[in-house]
Design a binder for this molecule. Structure first.
Ligand SMILES: Nc1ncnc2c1ncn2[C@@H]1O[C@H](COP(=O)(O)OP(=O)(O)OP(=O)(O)O)[C@@H](O)[C@H]1O
Ligand SMILES: [Mg+2]
Length: 349
């Protein structure tokens, strides 16, 4: 059984809208570079990140803790605050250069064009404002005229995320909600203005396993049903296999491999991706965990950032940054290991 088959549960094919232009480019990130100036030095959090998301596509972003997933997303959304700064790159969303927008323009775009579901719902909700007023704040900025209209639209949004008895939720505060309910409310808010694109940054952290699946099923349902696109950040390759079309693998603030989920999980090409795939629990096979840690992002290594943990590192890895290698199918990886040593790439299967 392949890694992919081991992870994937049967699922229905998505229904795509006929006129939504599925397949055309929606988000294009190139050369994105973000630094943090700290007393210990400059943190190289995001280092020339390139990837894209097409319409009606769900793209996963994976990589271990601290590899720059959240900073990448915050950079795209214009949410990096000092001491952080985006120092280079372009982010084009539906033809618009997001990095060139003013803060107010970006704020309008977030919510209306891009729905954001953050890691911790309680940090996304205001603890001292009734939920109803929080819906009102979002809707007022987008033309809602009356309290009644806010309540009607909020009720409908809460019904969409499976909340029965929405009035009780609307009249209460965030702390009265369970983690799963709070995340449903945040999802309802993210979808409220019917955005074409949803970004979810580890939306199920801290929830128990059953609720995690319910929330992910819910998000995927809302995304697929409306032909939306999504960027889904997760630690879990099982979630990628189950919910995503393509995957972007990050390491030390760089993309080190991307491709369709099928290709990347069945034939991972970068030794880091191979290590992640080996760490997927599978019947009859021992778990193999990657040892070592991410490099110091202040004293960023020369050459390949993965080389200190790489079983195949050889001479050029220490001083030459690998260039992108794209195979015919479009799967792309950044590694010096020559294709003529395929046994090393095959070892994972
Ligand atoms: N405000 C900040 N000041 C300094 N460094 C920061 C700041 N925010 C993030 N970083 C650094 O940027 C790097 C990338 O962090 P990021 O939060 O993007 O990781 P991540 O991949 O999202 O990790 P996780 O899976 O744990 O959420 C880390 O080394 C982190 O310490
Ligand atoms: Mg994060």
């Amino acid at each position: 059984m392949s890694a992919l088959d081991a992870l994937r549960r049967p699922r229905a094919r998505p229904t795509l809208p006929e006129n939504g232009g599925p397949g055309s480019r929606l988000l294009e990130v190139s050369g994105l570079t973000t630094r943090f100036d700290t007393p210990d030095g400059v943190v190289h959090a995001v280092n020339g990140v390139d990837f894209h998301v097409d319409r009606a596509e769900v793209v996963g972003v994976v990589g271990e803790s601290g590899c720059g997933k959240s900073v990448t997303i915050r950079s795209i959304l214009g949410l990096v605050r000092p001491p952080g700064r985006v120092v280079d790159g372009t982010v084009r969303f539906d033809g618009v250069d997001l990095l060139g927008l003013r803060r107010t323009e970006l704020r309008r775009l977030r919510g209306k064009e891009i729905g954001f579901i953050a890691q911790n719902p309680f940090s996304a909700l205001n603890p001292v404002m009734r939920i109803h007023r929080q819906f009102g704040t979002i809707l007022a900025a987008h033309g809602a005229k009356s309290d009644g209209e806010v309540r009607d639209r909020a009720r409908a949004a809460l019904a969409d995320v499976g909340i029965a008895g929405p009035d009780r939720v609307l009249d209460g505060y965030a702390h009265q909600l369970s983690g799963g309910m709070a995340q449903r409310v945040v999802i309802a808010m993210a979808m409220l203005l019917n955005p074409a694109f949803v970004i979810a940054d580890e939306p199920t952290t801290g929830l128990d396993l059953t609720v995690q699946r319910q929330i992910l099923d819910l998000i995927r349902g809302l995304v697929r049903e409306h032909g939306r696109s999504m960027l889904l950040v997760t630690h879990d390759l099982g979630v990628v296999a189950q919910y995503c079309d393509r995957v972007v693998v990050m390491y030390a603030g760089k993309v080190i491999e991307h491709g369709t989920v099928r290709e990347v999980l069945n034939t991972p090409r970068h030794p880091y991706t191979q290590a992640l795939v080996r760490a997927i629990p599978r019947p009859g096979r021992p778990l193999v965990h990657l040892t070592g840690r991410l490099p110091d992002l202040v004293d960023y290594p020369t050459g390949c950032p993965f080389r200190a943990r790489c079983p195949h590192a050889f001479e050029p890895c220490g001083h030459v940054v690998p260039e992108a290698v794209t195979v015919a199918s479009g799967q792309t990886y950044w590694c010096h290991l020559p294709e003529e040593r395929p046994e090393e790439r095959e070892a994972v299967r």
